[in-house]
Design a protein. Structure first.
Length: 331
């Protein structure tokens, strides 16, 4: 009886991990570290500079097989209105891991009468492959004839599409990710055959003339179609102009809009996912360094440890600032 309970627990844990890990690139708070292209393909080449961004994230430091994510992204203008980009990432979550590579093309349409005014609509399309890997060698310590000890690998093709609109200090981004059917390695689990993920970002930069400080409140709404779950990020970011570049930081609060039922002893409870994420970064000449820490504030958690992330970046081939607005993602 005990072995059946253990087997059931293993299967349930495996199914949950696969359902989460198969969504493609996980959406954390790394977009706030001057990295909107990571989640919105229409932001490829949106800046006056060519950009390279690297991020490394580790969850529950000290726990074996804890989730970890590494990303590398590049985007740049190739003509006045066209841009390209590429993103490579590796995401590991327990026995499951995935490696993805995407190429992006973005097109930018200007509606301004003058280049000084920012009034621009951008479209972006990303296409790429994701390789899934499931390591079954450690499912049961002494082996199980029913479960193969080999690793399972498979690859799938998918696309992301979105658009961005900037007018002066205001912006909005809408993106659909994983728009093609892609069930990964567990085709018999119906819920993972629909990995569509819809994102909407909206924000405004508040600045005063002759002031070193500016503030950027923003929102990110996220909806996963296949599992019908939504969440929202409330963000506040502050910038301070320095002689060497720019110092910035802020706070993000993520809350899921759908409660999850949890059985604790004989009591059934429900809770919403809550993340509190402070972050701090600096633009030193053409280099960017940022640190992000996320804390899960739910009463019931897997581990009290936090989520650590480092972002490194460099801007190059920069053009002069063109727009008379305080819009850090563009100027």
């Amino acid at each position: 009886m005990r072995s059946k309970k253990i087997a059931l627990l293993v299967v349930m844990t495996l199914c949950i991990k696969i359902m989460i890990a198969q969504e493609g690139l996980p959406i954390y708070s790394d977009y706030l570290t001057d990295n909107y292209y990571l989640i919105h393909p229409s932001m490829a080449g949106a800046s006056n500079c060519s950009e390279v961004r690297l991020t490394g994230r580790k969850n529950w430091v000290g726990e074996e097989d804890s989730p970890g994510l590494f990303t590398v992204g590049y985007n740049a203008r190739i003509t006045e209105s066209s841009s390209i980009g590429t993103t490579v990432y590796q995401d590991k979550n327990g026995f499951h891991s995935q490696t993805g590579a995407y190429l992006t093309y973005a097109h930018h349409l200007m509606f301004s009468r003058s280049e000084v005014d920012l009034n621009r609509l951008s479209f972006g399309l990303s296409a790429g492959t994701i390789q899934y890997r499931l390591d079954q060698s450690r499912f049961v310590p002494n082996g199980d004839p029913i479960i193969s000890s080999n690793s399972i690998n498979t690859s799938a093709f998918n696309i992301d599409f979105g658009f961005s609109y900037h007018v002066y200090n205001f912006y909005i981004h809408l993106t659909g990710k994983n728009l093609l059917k892609n069930s990964g390695i567990n085709n018999d689990i119906q819920i993972t055959s629909d990995l569509r993920h819809y994102l909407m970002s909206v924000g405004y930069v508040i600045d005063k003339q002759n002031s070193e400080w500016s503030f950027e409140p923003s929102l990110l709404f996220s909806h996963r179609k296949g599992i019908d779950q939504s969440s929202i990020d409330f963000n506040l970011k502050a910038y301070k102009d320095m002689s060497f570049g720019k110092l910035w930081g802020g706070l993000s609060y993520r809350r899921s809009l759908d409660a999850v039922k949890i059985i604790q002893g004989a009591e059934s409870r429900s809770q919403n996912l809550n993340y509190i994420t402070p972050f701090l970064g600096v633009n030193y000449n053409k280099f960017i360094v940022a640190y992000t820490y996320s804390y899960q504030s739910n009463p019931i958690v897997f581990n009290n440890g936090g989520f650590h992330q480092i972002t490194l970046g460099i801007d190059f081939s920069c053009r002069a600032k063109r727009y008379a607005c305080y819009c850090p993602a563009v100027n």
